[in-house]
Write a protein that binds this ligand. Sequence first.
Ligand SMILES: Cc1cc2nc3c(=O)[nH]c(=O)nc-3n(C[C@H](O)[C@H](O)[C@H](O)COP(=O)(O)OP(=O)(O)OC[C@H]3O[C@@H](n4cnc5c(N)ncnc54)[C@H](O)[C@@H]3O)c2cc1C
Length: 466
Amino acid sequence: MDPRNGVPVGDAVVVGGGLAGMLAVGALLDHVDTVTVVERDRYPAEPVFRKGVPQSRHLHVFLTGGQHALEALLPGALAELEAAGARRLEAPRDFLTRAPSGWNRRYHEGRHSMVSCTRPVFDATVRARVLADAAKSRTRVAVLEGSEAVGLLGGADRVTGLRVRSRDAGRAERELPADLVVDASGRGSRTPRWLAELGRRPPREEVVDAGIAYTTQMFRPAAPLDAGVAVQARPDCPRGAVWCPVEDGNWLLTLAGVRGHHPPTDPAGVLDFVASLDEPHLRDHVRADEAVAPAYGFRDTSNRRRRYEAPGGVPDGLVVVSDAACTFNPIYGQGMSVAAMSARALRDVVSIGDLQAPGFAAAAQTATARAGDTAWLTAVGADRPYAAADRTTPPGLPERLRTWYFDRLVARAAIDRTVGAAFRDITFLTATPNRLLSPAVALRTLLLPRRPGLAGPPIHQRSTVG
Ligand SMILES: Cc1cc2nc3c(=O)[nH]c(=O)nc-3n(C[C@H](O)[C@H](O)[C@H](O)COP(=O)(O)OP(=O)(O)OC[C@H]3O[C@@H](n4cnc5c(N)ncnc54)[C@H](O)[C@@H]3O)c2cc1C
C-alpha cells in the first residue's frame, strides 16, 4: 500500500499455498496490487490429505493466541471452522491432563481453549475464506497450483522475483517478477540454498532436538466422551499421549516418545504403547474404540529456528514466515498459531510500510519472527533437558535453576488456579514468559509446599466438549 494515499502498490509472490501461505495472502489483501501464490500440489476437491503437508495426518490443535490473531485477520473464521466441524475444548475443563506431578484439577476458567479438527479441514476452511475475501478486495490474487518454486531472482542485496517450474509434462520454467517474495513453503524451505546461489550468506540456524517421534491414529469412540486426555511425559516414563476429538465424531490418538521410546505404528504396538503409560482410563477407551485409519509416524520434530531476523538476515524483497523460518516440537501445538500471529504481524507492517522501500523486508521479518518468540522460548526451554541428555558437559547453574523453577511451577500449575492461569497464558500464547515471574506466581511457586496433583483423572465432572 502506498502509505501516502492508501492505494495498493506493488506485486507480491507467496511460495507455498498451505496455511501460512494463505494467511500471508490474507495479510496482504488491499495493501498490494497483486499476489501470486505458487503451490507445488494441486488442491484436492475435498479436504483430504495431500503430499505437500505430510504432518497433516497428525493431531493439530489451535491455541488461544492463534485464535485471536486469526480473528483479527479474518473476522468470523473461527465460526467457519466450527461450522466445518471443528471442536472447541476449553482448558482446563475439557481436557484431563496428567502432568508429571499428577492429574490437573478440572474447572471452568474461561480464559483459554483449543480448536481441534483435522488439518485438511482447517486448511481448506482458511483457504476458502481467504480466496473469498480476495475476490472482494482491491488485490488481484492468482493461485498457480502444480507449480514449484525453484529459485529466487535478483542479487545478493535485493530479491526481484521467483523462478517457478510447472509440475506438468514438459516442466516449463518461468520467471515471476515481484517486489516482495514471501517464503511460506514450510519445513522443507529451500531459501538458505537459494540465498547462497545469490551470493548471500544463509541464516544462522539454531536446533534443539529432544529426539521425539510421533504416531497418530484416528478412532471412532464406542461411547460418548466429554473430555480430551493428555498424558505428559515424565522423567521415569518419557512417553506421552493426547486423545482429542476432531470433526465427524472421530478422535485422534497421538503418541509421542523420546529416543528409545519412539511409538510404533502397528496396531498391537499402538495398544501396548498406550498400556505402558499406566493410564487405565485412556487404555480402556482406545481398546474399545474402532480404529478408522492406519497409524502414521513422524520423526522430524526438532525445534529449528533460522535467524532471518538477525541484522542482514534477509535481502530487500524477501520475507520468510512460519515453518520455513521456525519449526517447534509439535507436542506443544504451536506452529499454526504462530503462523496466524506472524500473518497478523505482516499485515500490521504492510499496512503502514511501503513494500518497495529499502528495509521493508527486514522490518517485516523482525515483526513476524517476534510473533514466534514466546513459542520458541517455551518449547526450547522445556526441551533443552531432553535435548541435552547425551551431552558431555553437565548443565550450568543458570540452566539448573531454570529447570528447578519450571518443574515446581508446572507441579503447582496442576493444583493452583493462579499459577495454572499464568501457565496457560504462556502455553496458549497470549502472554510472554515474563508472566511466570510476576510476584503472585513466583511467590506461590517458591513458597507454597510442593504437592502432588490428583491421584486419578477427574472424569466425573461435567464438561461440554464442542
Ligand atoms: C507431527 C506434527 C504435529 C503438529 N501438530 C501441531 C498442532 O497440534 N498445532 C499446531 O499449531 N501446529 C502443529 N504442528 C505444526 C504445523 O504443522 C506447522 O506449523 C504448519 O503446518 C506450518 O504451516 P506452513 O504453511 O508454514 O507449512 P505447511 O503447512 O507445511 O505448508 C507448506 C506448503 O508449501 C508447499 N510447498 C513446499 N515447497 C514448495 C515449493 N518449492 N514450491 C511451491 N510450493 C511449495 C507445500 O505443498 C505446502 O502446501 C505440527 C507439526 C508436526 C510435524
